[in-house]
Ligand binder design. Structure first.
Ligand code: F6P
Length: 571
């Protein structure tokens, strides 16, 4: 199946179908031309609308009824999935086809959450995938247990109380998001911190109050070449040596330093040779494979910080949650297939109704990093202008994903969603039961919180007419200011509680929404060439920052002027 460097032979995968040439696209265009959004009218004319547009996947109850769709639009979208081969492409992904054509790789994050002993065993490109995945998972779990129980000790014999994950992009955003979301499950007295930015402020502040004797660093990098991560790892190593020496815990010898690293550094990477070259004992390294994209890797060994802080059982529950949605997406007809339907709705909004962004609004403070996580997942995946065979896309692609938890967002940007001129489809995510059931003067605070979730989706859908405003006694110009147009589309995702399994389901839901959209657009959602140029230029510009005049002279006028400003103002 491998074809070497460059774009893989497209005959190994289905060639992209131009969605704009399909009959479904023509129908959708015609429907769009006469489209009159009318959620009030649709709800009053159809008593079954909510029932007909509510779906479940795992523990997720997904109400699609407040979306701007009629049965005709939905039918055409479902046909679009059929004509562009969405389900076939899911099947190709799951069997290990090289869907990542530009890197000629399989795309197998779904294999990371297959249960042990799943039949038939997955063998891809000669690799016993299930075997290898579970071997690493078992090692990782055993290591996590050793740290949690205190069997693993620092160089001075103390138990680990803080793990610091050093990584960036997919080697950071997934772990930090899940850690924050599942913090109530952190039951071993071990907390995590996450260092990602090459801005030295990040590591300086995150280590400032740490005790080196009780700190374990996890260097998490798929490639183990990432500038930010390797720089921070070296800074962390220097910090460890310096602090331990200052405390009299180690002496000034290479042997003592090596011993300190062996006790306080572990790594996660696909490049175990580079891990060893950094000085980390390969016995303390956990691998994964090039068929796991960085933004799809939180369920690989990249989740080591989670297995340590939340426990291996919680980590496995998270994986089981992912798998629930993988099975759903693979075996459910499009009409009932939640990720595919949500991806289709996003295509409707992006390509037919002119939406440029998509808000994700969790009514769960624990999900305060969810939107940041989704930004990499969705925008690094689908922010592309060429298709998987190298030809230009034929329509707009990846929308901008953004968001903040409610109710904070209500007091910040919701104004624009309610009354602005732009169409912003939004996903609301909420949980029936809170992690912290608190009462205010006898009132359940979580209940009040949920009332806001329900109120917002209702206001967005149905608005408030001028007549309703006037009926409240408002007159003149204020009537228009107080009118809400409604017909602002939302999807409500409700689940009983934010458990590890439910979080896994949520993440997998968005992974598959992203893949659905990428497939329709003909995009390879698994490469990220767009981040390369900036990385190369930073390396070229760094010498100019450090005083190299030739490097300065090689810059364009604007960059040179900014460098001159830097030199003039440097303290
Ligand atoms: O720069 C983008 C990227 O390659 C992401 O896709 C990836 O998640 C991140 O950098 C970190 O890469 P690594 O895990 O190899 O350090």
């Amino acid at each position: 199946m491998c074809t070497g460097a460059g774009i893989a032979s497209v005959d190994t995968v289905t060639a992209p179908i131009d969605p704009t040439t399909t009959a479904a696209w023509s129908r959708l265009s015609a429907l769009r031309d006469s489209f009159q959004p009318d959620l009030r009218g649709w709800f009053s004319a159809d008593a079954d609308r909510v029932r007909d547009l509510t779906r479940t996947v795992g523990d997720l109850h997904v109400d699609l009824s407040k979306n701007l769709v009629t049965p005709e639009v939905l039918d055409a979208l479902i046909d679009l999935a059929g004509e562009t081969g969405v389900r076939e492409r899911f099947a190709e992904m799951l069997r290990g086809a090289h869907l990542n054509t530009s890197e000629d790789r399989a795309v197998l994050h779904t294999a990371l959450r297959r249960p042990a002993g799943a039949e038939p065993a997955l063998v891809v490109d000669g690799q016993q995938v299930d075997h290898d995945v579970h071997e690493v998972l078992d090692r990782l779990s055993a290591f996590a247990d050793r740290v949690r129980s205190g069997e693993w000790r620092g160089v001075t014999g103390k138990k680990v109380t803080t793990v610091v994950n050093i990584g960036i992009g997919g080697s950071d955003l997934g772990p930090v998001m899940v850690y924050e979301a599942l913090l109530p499950y952190a039951d071993a007295g071990i907390r995590a911190r996450f260092v990602s930015n090459i801005d030295p402020t990040d590591i300086a502040q995150k280590t400032a109050d740490l005790d080196p004797e009780t700190t374990l660093f996890i260097v998490a990098s798929k490639t183990f070449t990432t500038l930010e991560t390797l720089t921070n790892a070296r800074l962390a190593r220097d910090w460890l040596w310096e602090k331990l020496a200052a405390a009299g815990a180690i002496d000034d010898t290479d042997a003592a330093r090596t011993d300190a690293v062996a006790h306080h550094f572990v790594a996660v990477s696909t490049a175990l040779d580079k891990v060893a070259a950094f000085g980390i004992d390969p016995a303390n390294a956990f691998g994964f494979w090039d068929w796991v994209g960085g933004r799809y890797s939180v369920d690989s060994a990249i989740g080591l910080s989670l297995a340590i802080t939340l426990g291996p059982d919680a980590f496995r529950e998270l994986l089981a949650g992912f798998h629930t949605v993988d099975e759903h997406v693979a075996s459910t007809p499009v009409e009932q297939n939640v990720p595919v339907l949500m991806g289709l709705l996003n295509v409707w909004y992006t390509n037919f109704l002119g939406a440029q962004s998509h808000a994700v609004l969790p009514y769960a403070q624990q999900l305060h990093r969810f939107a940041a996580y989704l930004q990499q997942l969705t925008m690094e995946s689908n922010g592309k202008s060429v298709r998987w065979d190298g030809t230009p896309v034929t329509t707009d692609t990846g929308e901008v994903f953004w968001g903040e938890p409610g109710t904070n967002g209500q007091h910040a940007f919701y104004q624009l969603i309610h009354q602005g001129t732009r169409l912003i489809p939004a996903d609301f995510i909420a949980f029936v039961n809170p992690a912290y059931p608190l009462a205010d003067d006898g009132r359940d605070v979580h209940g009040l919180f949920l009332a806001n979730f329900l109120a917002q989706t209702k206001a967005l859908a149905f608005g408030k007419t001028a007549e309703e405003v006037e009926a409240e006694g408002t007159t003149g110009a204020l009537v228009a200011a107080r009118t809400f147009p409604g017909n602002r589309p939302t999807t409500s995702i409700f689940a009983p509680s934010l458990t590890p399994a439910v979080l896994g389901q949520l993440i997998a839901l968005y992974e598959h929404i992203t893949f659905t959209q990428g497939t329709i657009w003909g995009i390879n959602s698994f490469d990220q060439w767009g981040v390369e140029l900036g990385k190369q230029l930073a390396l070229q510009i760094a010498p100019a920052i450090e005083g190299d005049d030739d490097a300065l002279a090689a810059q364009d006028a604007s960059t040179a002027a900014l460098l001159a400003y830097y030199r003039d103002h440097r303290a």
